[in-house]
Design a binder for this molecule. Structure first.
Ligand code: NAP
Length: 346
């Protein structure tokens, strides 16, 4: 007998919801993370959590970047909620681990905000990349997406890429040859993959404009050196007037498509102002406020299409991994930054 006995397993995982009754796993406050698989579930031994960037930044700021305090903070969230669902940002992340039944190494492709998670111990926190090595287990529901880890890409690199897989896939869909594309937060994980996809789609007649707080990071230099971007704008995306004036100087016709990949709140209006009339803003950032975006666009009288950054797009995992394979300089950069193991990151 376990805590789930008597509850009928549901493919969407509602049988794991403890509080409030009737909620779906993502919106629930608390899940039952008993590490025993029901008949339609996959029980995984978890090694690494990739905490969503907006969530990790919030926790790291609240804990003064102390590894010990971050570990305790994460443990307390998981203890209380049965999942790594940051109550402040509302976001989660993903894990890598092993299917206990088959031994296969996998990465989850559904958010930690709906994944029952049980942590036995936290082995290490890497503040630079937002990864946490743990001993623990997680449950994937029958509906839960996952990917077998590829043989040709380091699994920590794959984890970093798969966490943001929705971004390059959506950029591939949204961008057209000849367009102007503005990528805000261009030197982060999703930003770099988005720049590569945007340049490939917009082509030589198009223009990709990167925006980041500094042009001196290794990622920013790489984007310029290898021609992934046509212009690099240094701006704080929270300063709507500053970013829009600088983007207008780099691309006077403004963006056909703006991709927001930042990990801080307050960048909705800046993104809208960088976009031309009838253009599209894709808010991949988890720090996006629907209210700020909707009222911000109305307030400045801008008729733009605004898209919520769905974490899932058909084939997104393969598109994201292929983006890395197609762009060796970005792959090398990701390898240097994310391939560290629990031991080598020390
Ligand atoms: P990341 O690697 O941490 O990159 C964040 C980027 O934002 C960095 O380039 C950072 O620049 C930049 N940035 C921070 N503050 C800025 C500011 N004030 N103005 C301009 N740029 C700023 O993050 P990521 O993993 O790519 O994730 C990006 C966003 O996507 C996060 O909000 C994350 O939560 C979200 N996300 C969404 C989904 C989804 O399904 N929609 C899935 C995963 C992640 P510096 O590094 O120079 O500070």
């Amino acid at each position: 007998m376990n805590a789930l006995s008597g509850r009928k397993p549901h493919p969407l995982g509602t049988h794991r919801v403890i509080d409030p009754p009737g909620a779906m796993p993502q919106s629930a406050w608390k899940l039952d993370s008993t590490p025993v698989a029901c008949e339609n579930e996959m029980l995984c031994d978890v090694d690494v959590l990739n905490i969503d960037s907006a969530s990790f930044k919030q926790i790291a700021d609240a804990c003064d970047a102390s590894e010990t305090r971050i570990a305790e903070h994460v443990r307390s969230i998981v203890r209380e909620r049965g999942k790594m669902h940051n109550p402040v940002t509302g976001s989660g992340g993903m894990f890598i681990g092993r299917n206990r039944a088959t031994g296969e190494r996998i990465a989850s492709l559904v958010s930690l905000t709906l994944t029952p998670l049980h942590i036995e111990s936290i082995e290490r926190v890497d503040v630079a990349t937002g990864r946490i090595w743990i001993r623990g287990s997680a449950i994937l529901f029958a509906s839960g997406l996952w990917a077998a880890l590829p043989d040709d890409i380091d699994e920590n690199v794959a984890l970093a890429v798969l966490d943001v897989a929705g971004a390059p896939a959506q950029v591939q869909r949204l961008c057209e040859p000849g367009q102007t594309v503005v990528i805000i937060g261009a030197d982060g994980k999703s930003g770099m993959l988005s720049c590569a996809q945007a340049k490939a789609r917009a082509g030589s007649s198009g223009r990709v404009v990167a925006v980041a707080p500094s042009s001196e990071t290794a990622a920013a230099k790489l984007l310029r050196e290898y021609g992934y971007v046509d212009a690099f704008v240094v701006a704080d995306a929270r300063d709507a007037l500053d970013i829009s004036e600088k983007v207008a100087a780099a691309a006077p016709q403004l963006a056909d498509v703006t991709i927001n990949c930042v990990n801080v709140p307050g960048t909705e209006l800046g993104s809208i102002l960088c976009t031309k009339e009838n253009g599209t803003v894709y808010f991949f950032s988890m720090s996006t406020s629907f209210t700020a975006a909707a009222l911000g666009a109305e307030g400045v009288g801008k008729d733009v299409t605004m898209i919520v950054g769905n974490g899932y797009a058909r084939g997104h995992a393969q598109t994201a991994l292929q983006t890395l394979r197609d762009h060796p300089p970005i792959h090398t950069y990701f390898r240097e930054k994310y391939a560290a193991t629990k031991e080598s990151a020390r």
